[in-house]
Design a protein around this ligand. Sequence first.
Ligand code: AHR
Length: 498
Amino acid sequence: HHSSVTLDPAFRVAAVDPRVYGSFVEHMGRCVYTGIYEPGHGSADAHGFRADVADLVRELGTPVLRYPGGNFVSGYTWEDGVGPRENRPTRLDLAWRSLETNQVGVDEFATWARGVGSEPIMAVNLGTRGVDAARSLVEYANHPGGTRWSDLRRSNGFADPHGIKLWCLGNEMDGPWQIGHKTADEYARLANETAKAMRRVDPSIELVVCGSSNIRMPTFGTWEETVLRETYDAVDYVSLHSYYEQRGDDRGSFLASAVDLDRFIEAVVATCDHVRATGRHRKRINLSVDEWNVWYQARFPGEENLDWAEAPRLIEDEYSVVDAVVVGSLLISLLKHADRVKIGCLAQLVNVIAPIRSEPGGPAWRQTSFHPFALTSRHGRGTVLRVEPIGPSYETAEHGEVPILDATAVHDEETGAVTLFAVNRDQYEPLTLDVDLRSLPGLATAGHVALFDADPEATNTAANPDRVTPTRQPDTKVADGRLSVRLPPLSWNMLRLT
Ligand code: AHR
């Protein structure tokens, strides 16, 4: 096969918002306990956080981390997680039928997140709680002092406010599985009043209102419309969540998951702009894809079948080469929409459907999906260029006809480098990619890194943590403003043009 793209610095989509490379830490399974936090671990720091995991988080490169849920947040009492640890109650976590010991709370999380180079994003409970708990939490976290909640923070040892800038108004409130699930009208009113009260405490914060839990929700579209009509002036972003898995042996559809994410994003943008037009609003609402990943949901037994346990092993999916290629391709989708997608959170960070795995008392390692994420986060900084690939397509059961090549490019205006991210969705044939660079005369060489394997099912495990890693391919020289590279079958690729 042959595909071609033309790169031109004049065809700008938008600057990449670094927050698109965020991730998500939920009090779920072993993401927090024996994930980021394990006081008895050999690498634990003075606060009980694992240094081996922290090092991998820094390497992954997540400028923001959403916390503490997820479905968990809809039953969360944040006050349980502050103050002397020995006084913190153990609670039933109704979302995941688990025991929550509250040994980590907002103070520890915000401090740890900054230490690994990430800004915390905090979600408030709009399931069992509402305006009062949310405005108290903003006061606790962000008010300097001299008041009930800010002085409590100070007396707990955190003299400086945490200064949390971005807040989520609940989680997946459209889902019947959510504790305190609401209709669109109920949620819209609560979110609006909560947003206003939170902003009165700290006018500098930004707010994300809940959109749909996935594109197949029966309320998709009308939910966003109802919620945005009510909250338009009070919020900045609307969320969308999207998880993908291979169904049966239909790998062709799975490899084209980003086509579904493209359509989801474009439908939410259209809905935001419809409400903007009919409401005669000036500002635009942007998008926060604050949960996305590959997740084999079909393998999850359902929360009703779990036992009340502390830090149980929940949804510890082991990712293959195919899964990593899909993750790389989903990142391409987020970048292509950089004009409207400002925040993205790979769900989750450690152990729970995560790029990083850890064993209690044992090692931490990188899953296959770690690699495309870390490389995109490191090199996908600058301005996204519009690339319009020309090339062959194939038919899928789930998404119709899709292109074999998925690609985007990011121009770093400071260094002049352009990074091209490209996925060859063909499982059997290599793809020759012709790149027209005549509008970028300074570029001479393409350094090529690719993730692929003779065994697309290969995974990284504790015993063999580096079984799957990206490999350096031969450099290609630009000749007469053009270059040509071979993308292996079923591969994720990064071309660094300098
Ligand atoms: O990330 C796992 C779960 O997926 C989250 O708790 C929830 O928000 C979503 O349904």
